[in-house]
Design a protein around this ligand. Sequence first.
Ligand SMILES: *Cc1c(COP(=O)(O)O)cnc(C)c1O
Length: 385
Amino acid sequence: MIPYGRQSISPEDIDAVTRVLRSDFLTQGPEVPAFEAALAAVCEVPYAVAMNSATSALHVACLALNVGHGDLVWTVPNTFAASANCARLCGAEVDFVDIDPDSWNMSPAELARKFVLAESAGRLPKVIIPVHFGGLSCDMASIHRIAKNYGVRIIEDASHAIGAVYDGGPVGSCQYSDICVFSFHPVKIVTCAEGGAALTRQADLNARMQRLRTHGIVRDQGLMDRTSEGPWFYQQIELGLNYRLTDLQAALGLSQLARLDAFVTQRHQIAERYSYELKGLPLQLPLVEYAGRSALHLYVVLLKGNWASQRARVFSQLRESGIGVNVHYIPVHYHPYYEALGFRRGQFPVSEDYYSRALSLPMYPDLSHEEQAKVIAQMHAILAE
Ligand SMILES: *Cc1c(COP(=O)(O)O)cnc(C)c1O
């Protein structure tokens, strides 16, 4: 089966990990700070805090912005559940902003409309979490302008989007947000096996996220409430977690990061061929450029016209021919956990219509020319009927 996404591992990656296995530190050695420095450099941002997943990074980002009971957080339905779960883990309520039908990202028009209603209802969110779906940046300039009018903080869920460019700078620079989160799961652009990071320009948020990822413990005298009792001394000053990345994972991430541009370029070559070869079919094709370039984590097509109701059949036919298509995403509010919180079908019609017609085609740097030809041929065979 040709998967929809998978990692690309080089001999250098294997060497980097085995070097750590032979070294003194499997965790909390030199690799994590080196990986963080490299991430910060790539993203042109002062601070990067590596963690053991994007889910952890989203949780810590919400905690660092003091999201808690009684607060409200908005994200989009068209995302992985972790973008919403992070708020629930902090005890906050979640609501959703529908997506734009062309970019499949948070719609600034919907956001503006929802803010007007929320303000008159006296129930503004504390934080909004736009998601750079498929690796394409949201319209962050508009989202930032709207949110700042209401004093609302922004976490970018850029799990799909390391290597993307927006408005002349890298996604991750936090030009239009407080915190930006990446995922390093194997299907994402670069991998640590499991891993994530939270980036920020704000020194106070960096310090807070550093201590939340390791139990809320500090060793800095300035943060303690009493004089150090000796070189062993530390204090836990708030409730934190163990969300640390290991040196093994960081070494893999650091080695992968050296190929970030090559990975994104290969993804664009694959996308260009899909877009050229599929353009005559009854499909809406993805935007791969918007005020910059997508990182192209996903290549999603939407079935159009009479085909719109045939997604299940097309999906099965592709799977039967050895093509591991997938669907991103089941709207978050469709999950029983969120239905039990009161969400209903029909509330976010653009995300719901999108979901009913979406197919993610295989997209990863090592997808061979022949494998891609097979995907294209099958799409033509199925949709020619
Ligand atoms: C993958 C993903 C996450 C979670 O990432 P993990 O590193 O697996 O925790 C969160 N949000 C989005 C949009 C994702 O695609």
